[in-house]
Design a protein around this ligand. Structure first.
Ligand SMILES: NC(=O)c1ccc[n+]([C@@H]2O[C@H](COP(=O)([O-])OP(=O)(O)OC[C@H]3O[C@@H](n4cnc5c(N)ncnc54)[C@H](O)[C@@H]3O)[C@@H](O)[C@H]2O)c1
Length: 399
């Protein structure tokens, strides 16, 4: 198998680590990326994204001559598509990148090849890939087409690419078998075999499961606030039940996976995706609720002190101890407060410079603020001295 050539389409957070890993495992890899500057960076053995360990893999892959990048695909034995799958306005899934990538490889796909879709995709997308290949002149009865969703955690991608179990679902049982055999050449985890639709739904299910469980915690936090109960104490007590494990509430749910993928199910499921839709709505409502709480606190302060409150927004990232701002509720909240002309000090210790905000050091912000709002429980925020401050803690910073 190692003498096979591989074409990886899309060299971002998933495609580049995958391409570099496969090259280091002895495959000859041709990486395709539409952004020319990314192609140039990679061909110099350098990287354009932050991911621990990736630079070493890419450098050694390029130096060995087994990894090259280009803006065009070329004939290969295996094609891996790892392009973005966002949504349009109104949470409608957008698979345009997948379609474009499929069209771009079609002229190079020949009998016996494997085409793998790794992008997180709405149910039916792998069938769509087959359809697009066929429309573009590929005899799909002579190739193997499968979905293999990626489930790595940013920050640990190089380890998890190898260690995690993988799900492989082909559009035919033969495609499943052949594709699974390929993954077994570089994955230490188990390679689980199913059909394409189940593989697509499995990935969406994993993220919807997390979203639904966080929604439960977020709803509890709102109810506890209404009932005058400390939600953190409540959850700690309830979790002493041997079969209860409530997650942590926060300012909402962010990131480009959990806050996005459930919509793929909701869009296709319509009125039958009640709980998954409601979970998304609860988590988005939590963010709006947090904004109202902060605005009310600011109003009360102004009434009592006759001056405008300075509000420290502690954290902008979508989860603790990272710099990732994608779909971040904390960022959304801070933006909204600024747009409504509140006096805001934006704090994000994991980012040095922002084009949008003047970032303030976290200790300085607490000193200067009248109201300290904890939006993300970064490790720097534990045990800060907030005496004489009004504190709104939406993420259980010391819990
Ligand atoms: N990043 C993660 O942690 C993660 C985890 C699991 C699953 N996923 C899924 O993997 C997929 C890719 O995500 P990502 O984080 O790597 O995205 P990304 O934006 O980092 O990278 C995708 C790359 O594809 C390129 N691209 C777009 N269209 C192209 C085309 N037609 N030809 C060549 N290149 C093209 C883009 O320029 C970009 O560099 C998504 O479906 C995502 O949901 C991501």
């Amino acid at each position: 198998m190692r003498n096979k050539t591989i074409c990886v389409v899309g060299l971002g957070y998933i495609g580049l680590p995958t391409a570099a890993l496969l090259s280091n495992r002895g495959y000859k890899v041709h990486g395709v990326e539409i952004i020319q500057s990314t192609v140039d960076t990679i061909n110099h053995g350098k990287i354009h994204i932050v991911e621990p360990g990736l630079d070493t893999f890419v450098r050694s892959a390029v130096n060995s001559g087994r990894l090259e990048a280009d803006t065009l695909p070329k004939e290969s034995d295996i094609f891996i598509i790892a392009v973005p799958t966002p949504f349009y306005e109104g949470f409608v899934p957008n698979i345009d990148f997948v379609i474009d990538a499929t069209k771009s490889i079609a002229p190079y796909v020949k009998a016996g090849n494997i085409v793998i879709l790794e992008s997180t995709s709405p149910v039916g997308t792998t069938e769509k890939v087959a359809e697009v290949l066929e429309q573009n002149g590929v005899d799909i009865s002579s190739i193997y087409i499968a979905h293999c969703p990626e489930r790595v955690l940013p920050g640990q991608i190089m380890q998890e690419l190898v260690a995690n179990d993988r799900i492989v679902g082909g559009i035919t049982p033969e495609a499943t078998k052949v594709t699974a055999a390929f993954y077994k050449t570089f994955v230490d985890g188990e390679v689980l075999q199913t059909d394409a639709k189940t593989a697509e739904m499995a990935k969406l299910t994993e993220n919807s499961f997390r979203d639904t469980n966080i929604a439960f915690a977020n709803e509890l936090s709102i109810l506890c606030d209404k009932f005058g109960i400390d939600v953190w104490e409540l959850i700690a007590l309830a979790n002493r039940h041997p079969r209860v494990n409530i997650l942590r509430p926060g300012a909402g749910v962010g990131g480009h996976c959990i806050a996005v993928d459930p919509w793929f199910i909701v869009h296709k499921g319509g009125k039958d995706a009640k709980m998954i839709r409601t979970a998304r709505e609860v988590n988005m409502y939590k963010t709006e609720w947090v904004i109202e709480k902060i605005k009310n606190a600011a109003l009360t302060y102004e009434k009592e002190h006759g001056s405008e409150a300075k509000i420290a927004c502690m954290g902008l990232a979508f989860k603790p101890n990272i710099d990732d701002l994608r779909e971040s509720p904390a960022l959304y909240i801070t933006r909204r407060l600024v747009s409504e002309n509140l006096d805001v000090l934006a704090v994000e210790p994991n980012i040095h410079k922002s084009d949008e905000f003047t970032l303030v050091d976290f200790e300085q912000a607490v000193n200067e603020a009248d109201i300290v709002v904890f939006l993300v429980s970064h490790k720097e925020f534990g045990n800060l001295n907030t005496e004489y401050k009004i504190v709104l803690d939406f993420c259980g910073v010391n819990k």
